[in-house]
Design a protein around this ligand. Structure first.
Ligand SMILES: [Zn+2]
Length: 255
């Protein structure tokens, strides 16, 4: 299998897997979403909550705030030297102190480790009226998406890589218009494939003469990060977990 980067922005990437198949692509997809750890708030201690929302609802909202994660600085609690008791390399302490009237946002979370901050600073948590206060102390820990989706770093999906043959198209303008994903372009009355990567094999263009096929051993994979980790780290960690699982299986077979 080979990987090729097709396009990339800060929070999205498209990669092409060649000499591959859906079994490998789907395993990699699930490992990236469910096994690559990120930080999320897990424990909340409420000192004061005058707001209209119950402590449990605010805790839930706090847990779902994506936090910038540096995987080199933290351990999963179960793999930590402290054996799960909690220490500075498996837990981050955060605090929130807010006074009404205000809409409390994620930017008001203050962590002991300055690198740990919310990916999106403007996420509303709760509205406080005049004189109301909210005081919460929290602990964030590394976790995996298979335990709770708040610990998932990304969304990943894939499809076969398309082959589009436009040589038999008679009405180029109609064919271009038929595509909901804006794959084609018309130049000198001829249909041209402008953006193959966007093609989702919907086959709307088939009735205008486009021949749509796909390569069985080439898979286009789309990764969308929720912001805690860079796409590069999600992919490399996903592949690392893949290797570990294969080694574990190999060992079990030998045993
Ligand atoms: Zn620890």
């Amino acid at each position: 299998m080979d990987l090729k980067l097709i396009s990339k922005s800060e929070d999205k990437a498209t990669i092409l897997l060649t000499d591959s198949n859906p079994v490998i692509a789907n395993t990699l997809r699930r490992l990236m979403m469910d096994e690559v750890p990120v930080l999320a708030i897990e424990d909340c201690e409420f000192i004061k909550n005058d707001s209209a929302l119950y402590d449990e609802i605010i805790s839930h909202r706090l847990g779902l705030i994506p936090l910038k994660t540096d995987l080199k600085s933290y351990n999963l609690k179960e793999d930590c030297k402290c054996k799960g008791k909690g220490c500075s390399i498996c837990e981050v302490h955060l605090s929130l102190r807010a006074k009404g009237p205000a809409i409390v946002t994620s930017s008001e979370l203050k962590a002991k480790d300055a690198k740990v901050k919310p990916v999106f600073p403007d996420m509303p948590i709760v509205k406080l009226l005049k004189g109301q206060k909210l005081e919460v102390d929290m602990k964030a820990v590394l976790g995996k998406g298979k335990t709770h989706t708040k610990w998932s770093p990304c969304l990943v999906y894939y499809r076969y890589s398309p082959i589009l043959n436009v040589s038999n198209v008679k009405n180029a303008a109609k064919a271009k218009e038929s595509c909901p994903k804006n794959v084609f372009e018309v130049k000198n009355d001829k249909l041209i494939v402008k953006n193959m990567e966007a093609c989702d094999l919907s086959e709307d263009c088939v009735k205008y003469g486009v021949d749509v096929k796909y390569k069985e051993d080439e898979i286009m994979m789309f990764i969308e990060s929720w912001g805690q980790l860079k796409i590069k780290d999600i992919l490399s960690n996903g592949i690392e977990v893949f290797e570990e699982k294969l080694k574990e299986l190999d060992k079990k077979i030998k045993d």
